[in-house]
Design a protein around this ligand. Structure first.
Ligand SMILES: C[S@@+](CC[C@H](N)C(=O)[O-])C[C@H]1O[C@@H](n2cnc3c(N)ncnc32)[C@H](O)[C@@H]1O
Length: 465
């Protein structure tokens, strides 16, 4: 049994009253693991027709499932994981991205995005339109974020590692949707990660509340009028939740809390003592998730709207930069004949022999980027080597020649381990050259075929160990 900090127990007793004992009892129950299906790659119906992990749905999440405890293979080692078909996620953590209403063409910011649990869903919701700027102040964590976004095949991304202060200066009233999944004391994660309970005494809610207030104000500055911002934490303390929201409302008359799509298991945000009735009315629209009330570990989410509408949005036009034309080397032109992605909306960019496709005609400022757009591959003298990110962004319909492996074909695991595999000449559409290797119809990576032997081009850093 986990040892909870004394002060934390006191705080929770005050917050939950008679429900406190029921909350404590949840620590005796086994954790429920979840997975969220990547709807950028497949529909939930398709997933349900192929899942080896059970079909029990997370009731408040369209594309969320509980992982069947009897599953024979760990989901983090299954070939479908390597195909980016799902993200492993604690069910309550699926809530924030599900309640931010992202629409086609939106410019979306995920300010504290690593390792990408929410960013991958926001990217999927964009369906290749608009773009997602996924940021994390920690460079090492931003690398994991980039991997997860590329594994999910999301093409229209910018990944940065910046202090939010700098982003705020660069992007005043710029984004249509913003997610701030703030660093927090992690009280809702004590069951899953008992170490968080030890850190709590070192850095209690008051420590995080100051950071959170600043982040939320920065987010409000970057939000365009008419835009929506979702603030979330995985903690229970009012200091890090309702008080942070009330602080923003006291500083900005143009921000208001709105009610997100509700689920019967959600608890309403708690009232505060020193605020007006109107503020408490708005706080009631915040989502609270408690593990004794519904099958999820614990989260807070507040959906906010900035009043008004930006002038250019009134006319229905999105800010568009100048279209720059990049001349592509012949080897790239030749390779791109194999690819049938739509390269009209956006532009190519070559940087140090690396080729990128940038999502929209928006001029982005100088920032510490880990990725700008879809990394297509490397130009090496007279040849082009496509990237792993490109393979993940494709489908069998958008590449000229595919190798169709199934989940239980021994070659699938061999391929993921970086080994050479044998392929009969009848298997792919073209008997020689670049192939998109797929598992049950979903890309895993590239290979190059010559006389029945497929040279493995799977990215070494992602191999199955
Ligand atoms: C709760 S985690 C984000 C989890 C992520 N949204 C997900 O779903 O995978 C909070 C993140 O905030 C970042 N962070 C910490 N302090 C920050 C600050 N002052 N400004 C911006 N981000 C910060 C941390 O590096 C951490 O990755």
């Amino acid at each position: 049994m986990i040892k909870l900090p004394k002060d934390y127990e006191e705080e929770m007793r005050g917050l939950l009253g008679q429900e406190f004992e029921a909350y404590l009892k949840t620590y005796e129950q086994p954790l429920r693991q979840g997975m969220r299906v990547n709807t950028y790659k497949l529909t939930k119906e398709k997933w349900e027709s192929m899942t080896p992990f059970g079909k029990e749905q997370v009731p408040w999440i369209e594309n969320g499932y509980y992982i069947d405890r009897e599953s024979s293979q760990p989901p983090s080692r299954h070939p479908y994981y390597f195909a980016g078909l799902y993200y492993l996620q604690e069910p309550s953590a699926m809530t924030p991205a599900s309640r931010l209403p992202v629409e086609a063409g939106d410019y979306v910011l995920d300010l504290c995005a690593a390792p990408g649990g929410k960013a991958t869903e926001l990217g999927a919701k964009l369906k290749g339109t608009g773009f997602l700027l996924a940021n994390d102040i920690s460079n090492s964590r931003a690398k994991a974020l980039l991997k997860n976004l590329e594994l999910a095949g999301i093409p229209n991304i910018y990944v940065t590692s910046e202090d939010p202060e700098k982003l705020t200066r660069q992007f005043p009233e710029f984004f249509h949707k913003i997610l701030i999944d703030a660093p927090c004391s992690g009280e809702g994660m004590f069951h899953k990660e008992p170490k968080m309970a030890e850190y709590w005494e070192e850095k209690p809610p008051a420590y995080y509340a100051e950071i959170q207030k600043k982040l939320l104000e920065q987010g409000a500055q970057m939000l365009r009028p008419g835009g929506m911002l979702l603030y979330s934490t995985c903690t229970f303390s009012k200091k890090e939740n309702e008080e942070v929201i009330a602080h923003l409302l006291s500083r900005r008359e143009d921000m208001e809390v709105v009610t997100p799509v509700w689920y019967e298991g959600f608890v309403h945000g708690f009232p505060l003592e020193e605020v007006s009735e109107e503020v408490n009315r708005q706080l009631a629209s915040c989502i609270r998730i408690f593990p004794h009330r519904m099958p999820g570990e614990g989260h807070f989410a507040a959906l906010l709207r900035k009043k008004g509408l930006k002038e250019e949005d009134r006319n229905g036009a999105k800010a568009a930069g100048e279209k720059k034309k990049t001349d592509l080397p012949a080897c790239v032109e030749e390779f791109l004949k194999l690819v049938s992605l739509d390269f009209n909306k956006g532009r190519f960019q070559i940087e140090k022999d690396r080729l990128y496709f940038l999502p929209e005609e928006v001029q982005m400022p100088r920032l510490r980027y880990l990725r700008t757009g879809l990394y297509l591959g490397d130009i090496k003298k007279n040849r082009f080597e496509p990237s792993q990110a490109l393979a993940m962004a494709l489908s069998p319909e958008t590449f000229a020649s595919c190798i169709w492996l199934s989940g239980d074909d021994v070659r699938t695991v061999k391929y993921l381990k970086g080994e050479t595999i044998e392929v009969s000449e009848q298997e792919p559409a073209q008997a020689k050259g670049w192939q998109l290797v797929c598992v049950d119809g979903f890309p895993l990576g590239f290979g190059k075929l010559d006389r029945g032997i497929l040279k493995n081009k799977y990215y070494a850093g992602w191999r199955l160990q």
